[in-house]
Design a protein around this ligand. Structure first.
Ligand SMILES: *[C@@H]1O[C@H](CO)[C@@H](O)[C@H](O)[C@H]1NC(C)=O
Ligand SMILES: *[C@@H]1O[C@H](CO)[C@@H](O)[C@H](O)[C@H]1NC(C)=O
Ligand SMILES: *[C@@H]1O[C@H](CO)[C@@H](O)[C@H](O)[C@H]1NC(C)=O
Ligand SMILES: *[C@@H]1O[C@H](CO)[C@@H](O)[C@H](O)[C@H]1NC(C)=O
Ligand SMILES: *[C@@H]1O[C@H](CO)[C@@H](O)[C@H](O)[C@H]1NC(C)=O
Length: 376
């Protein structure tokens, strides 16, 4: 009787001591699922390119892509790690494999993002007569379908799936850059592109609601980048009219206005989801503010004082020429990519991604910061 009593006391003590570890442990997140475009693609488009020869060679599969961290091209559109990779590392998780290159189950999550992907459905662009040859059917809804296809290999019942996804981090985005580009290159005016944005935000919102129905508890929703600060856009739409440029960032104002409008609607939609689903940790993650801060004060962040010049490219005002892009023969990278904001004309360097990832994890570039959300 006495020894049983002691045993029970020990058990109670053990349980009491272990509860704080269970509820505050770093390993609350055991998997990550990512949806998006080239900002989050760990190799899917590159794999598509090897399967579909019409697509042609995908530049991110060639040096100097990957030179700074992986030391070989992985299909990531970067000199090293993406934002997503820094987030995986913060949770001591392995880098996410690209869904299209992986067979079946991977317990630590999967990357569904495909470079070039739009948020809006393929059929939306067809209906608007706004197609362009780079439009692929790898949209957010297609990626969501891949996630649902994969699900049976991760968990088998309603309850076990909910249990599994409670410990997953979902990242939905960024989406928008390619929606803008496809429509603009497909011949649409900026006013028409702007009119598509409410539909884009609706698609993103619906995808988030679907994930919540599946049991997602922690969802990061990155906003759009300042579209008018992308060197591809800056060189395609170079202007002699000084008033087209923001005097502080040297970005093209009318293209940035599209991003600002999308971000306003997206933030509003995410804030509404926070009210509708108070048990879900929804995280608004910023791109616009950090990137414009880098541009306004590059030295403070260790970047060169002409921060719109790209690291890997050739010629012109921005060291960028679309017909001689990074990954093509004879196109070299700069000496020190970590002092550049932009890697190849369209994508961030690892240095910039690292800085933004830090701000998403610990603040100030996310509301709430991911690590704060996890511990609440
Ligand atoms: C291959 O890529 C081309 C061009 O992007 C596309 O039109 C076609 O549908 C793709 N084929 C398959 C089988 O996916
Ligand atoms: C996946 O499995 C198929 C069939 O077993 C095989 O042909 C393919 O090479 C595998 N792919 C990878 C990336 O392991
Ligand atoms: C895109 O892919 C989805 C899912 O595989 C399919 O249902 C849809 O018909 C496709 N759309 C086009 C235009 O090919
Ligand atoms: C579709 O767009 C193309 C190119 O922008 C244009 O030439 C064509 O007239 C448009 N078709 C319709 C039905 O609007
Ligand atoms: C871009 O590169 C192409 C091909 O090398 C060249 O013909 C063209 O003049 C370049 N454009 C600019 C603006 O430098």
């Amino acid at each position: 009787m006495n020894s049983l009593h002691q045993y029970v006391m020990k058990l109670v003590l053990f349980l009491l001591l272990s509860i704080p570890c269970l509820s505050h442990g770093k390993t609350q997140i055991t998997s990550i699922f990512s949806f998006g475009n080239s900002y989050a693609d760990t190799g899917n488009l590159f794999i598509l390119g090897t399967q579909n020869l019409t697509l042609g060679p995908v530049v991110s599969g060639y040096p100097p892509y990957g030179m700074n961290f992986f030391h070989h091209p992985t299909g990531r559109f970067s000199d090293g790690r993406l934002l997503l990779d820094f987030i995986a590392q913060a949770f001591d998780l392995p880098f996410l494999p690209p869904y299209l290159g992986h067979n079946g189950s991977f317990q630590h999550g999967m990357d569904f993002a495909v470079a070039g992907a739009t948020g809006l459905d393929y059929s939306f662009f067809v209906k608007k007569n706004a197609t362009f040859p780079t439009l692929l059917n790898t949209t957010l809804n297609v990626q969501l379908g891949w996630f649902l296809d994969l699900k049976p290999s991760l968990c088998s019942s309603f309850d076990s799936c909910r249990k599994f996804f409670r410990k997953s981090l979902f990242i939905v985005g960024e989406f928008g850059i390619n929606d803008f580009s496809i429509a603009i290159l497909g011949g649409k005016t900026l006013a028409e592109v702007k009119s598509y944005i409410p539909s884009l935000v609706k698609v993103i919102t619906k995808a988030i609601e679907r994930l919540i129905c599946e049991g997602a508890l922690t969802i990061v929703v990155p906003e759009n980048v300042p579209y008018g600060c992308i060197p591809v856009i800056l060189s395609l739409y170079q202007s002699t009219d000084e008033s087209d440029y923001d005097p502080h960032t040297r970005c093209l104002r009318k293209f940035n206005e599209l991003s600002l409008y999308q971000n306003k609607l997206l933030n509003k939609a995410v804030n509404q989801l926070k009210l509708n689903f108070p048990h879900v940790r929804l995280i608004n993650a910023e791109y616009y503010r950090p990137i414009t801060e880098f541009l306004k004060n590059p030295k403070h962040f260790g970047f060169i004082d002409t921060p719109l010049r790209v690291c890997c490219g050739v010629g012109g005002t921005y060291n960028f020429n679309i017909s001689q892009g990074c990954g093509m023969p004879g196109v070299n990278a700069c000496q020190n990519p970590s002092t550049y904001l932009n890697w190849d004309g369209a994508h961030l360097t690892e240095a910039a991604a690292r800085y933004i990832a830090h701000g998403w994890l610990r603040g100030p570039y996310a509301d709430p910061p991911i690590l704060t959300a996890i511990h609440n």
